[in-house]
Design a protein around this ligand. Sequence first.
Ligand code: GLN
Length: 288
Amino acid sequence: MTALTIAQALLLSKPLEQISDTPELDLQLLLQGVLDKPRSYLYTWPERELSESQRQQFQDWLQRRQNGEPIAHILGQRDFWTLTLAVNPTTLIPRPDTERLVEVALELLADGPHKVADLGTGTGAIALALSSERPKWQLYATDRVAEAVDLARRNRDQLGLTRVEVFQGSWCQPLIEQGLTSMDMIVSNPPYIDPQDKHLGEGDVRFEPRSALVADNSGMADIEAISEQALACLKPGGWLVFEHGYDQRESVQACLSQRGYSNIKTFVDLGDNDRVSVGQWLPAANAE
Ligand code: GLN
């Protein structure tokens, strides 16, 4: 077999142009994965040849990517915030948009002995990012899916973020069962895509579980369920923080306001889309 240098491998982006918006970046990530080296290595040693087994793995991965499989599934990991997280097809791949939710949550609450829950944690991305920034917070992460709970625990253990507990169960259910009903903040990136949305047939989302993406009632069903349940788990003054679709600001704000939340606000993401909404539970504001 003919040899393949790093420089030559980096030129093979053409076949990826059909399926990816970022063919060059995809190639770099695959090569880094095969070589187990940082990105700088690729440009420091362009003339270095891949070994036989590296070349085979690279070609196998390139083929999988050409078939549409997400880079994060091929590599088994994705960077989120300052962390590298293990990822698998049982849950959502962490996205940059969700880093905005982390920023908003960090702005709402300083470090201190606070209790914070992350509902539908998936890989654990949000809870782990928050814990890495706020070492005094006690984090409680929940997920209905057993495989996601295993994955989040594995990520937690790998990162050594011992103040994150992961429970199996739907949204607030595990918290209620354990009497954990005085959260300072509850955050969630729940499913919020309308089942009719045509993007569900395109790109990486085809490889992610529908249960992590889609919610009834134009994508609002889980946001509504969580808004309701969170009333029983937040302490007075506690915040509820959601990620949602770019066109759901009004629905999410109405959902929060109908349930009596105060100080409702929406924040935009890096693309200037409405992406994160918050509300504060102030029981006194609802007292007659
Ligand atoms: N923002 C994601 C997407 O559009 C959806 C994430 C979610 O449903 N929580 O693919």
